[in-house]
Design a protein around this ligand. Structure first.
Ligand code: ADP
Ligand code: 5GP
Length: 200
């Protein structure tokens, strides 16, 4: 496999999707892993673009059948990454990008340690995160409070990541984000370097 993986995590509302959609506007040899979830579709989201939306029973059937590379319960809903498309994107040499939570990151890191780079994104303060979630206006106040509570647990695991991006000014953050993407591509994996040394 000649591809690489970038795992992006961070509290809901920190700006992961915004940074990723800016990146995808400019093209590139990326594969964004579209997760499957049991959470309700939000206004403006599309099936097969943001997520694949399925029922809890269907998700649990998928778990039994071993369809997921990883899955986790986040904010009381299931979220999971399908294995097959990820393996085929890696075999095509793509940079596979995951927007998954801290639990999912731990599993991916364990399974693909050699080719995985990790990035944690957050806001300068919890108050700014709250303001962004309110301004986004996609969740009820109850859901927002739940997400803010969960953010505290996610923040406590920042040290498990290689890069930290504090998404304050968007344009400056996007520049830093692109630098991390470049560094991820330049990272050496032991499988590839052995081949390179032999042929050199
Ligand atoms: P996530 O994907 O991490 O849940 P989003 O990308 O949906 O977060 O961003 C949450 C909200 O914050 C959106 O309304 C988005 O437009 C806004 N946002 C993202 N980055 C910034 C930033 N640097 N400054 C101000 N608002 C931002
Ligand atoms: P949201 O409901 O805001 O789209 O996502 C909530 C959280 O679920 C985010 O932290 C996001 O990174 C995480 N998430 C999305 N897809 C997956 C997945 O496939 N696996 C895991 N473990 N987490 C996911």
């Amino acid at each position: 496999m000649s591809g690489a993986i970038l795992v992006i995590s961070g509290p809901s509302g920190c700006g992961k999707s915004s940074l990723l959609s800016e990146l995808f506007k400019h093209g590139g040899n990326y594969y964004f892993s579209i997760s499957t979830t049991t959470r309700a579709i939000r206004d403006g989201e599309k099936e097969g673009v943001d997520y694949y939306y399925i029922t809890k029973d269907e998700f649990e059937q998928g778990i039994k059948e071993g369809q997921f590379l990883e899955y986790a319960k986040v904010h009381d809903n299931y979220y999971g990454t399908s294995l097959k498309p990820v393996l085929s994107a890696l075999s095509e040499g793509k940079l596979v990008i995951f927007d998954i939570d801290v639990q999912g990151h731990a599993i991916v890191k364990q399974k693909f340690s050699d080719i995985t780079t990790s990035l944690f994104i957050t806001t300068p303060t919890k108050e700014i995160l709250k303001q962004r979630l309110i301004k986004r206006a996609t969740d009820s106040m109850d859901v927002i409070e739940h997400r803010l509570k969960n953010a505290k647990y996610e923040m406590a695991r920042i040290h498990e990541y290689e890069y930290l991006l504090i998404n304050d000014d968007f344009d400056k953050s996007y520049q830093k984000f692109c630098s991390i993407i470049d560094a991820t591509r330049l990272k050496i994996s032991s499988g590839e370097i052995d081949k390179f040394i032999q042929n050199w």
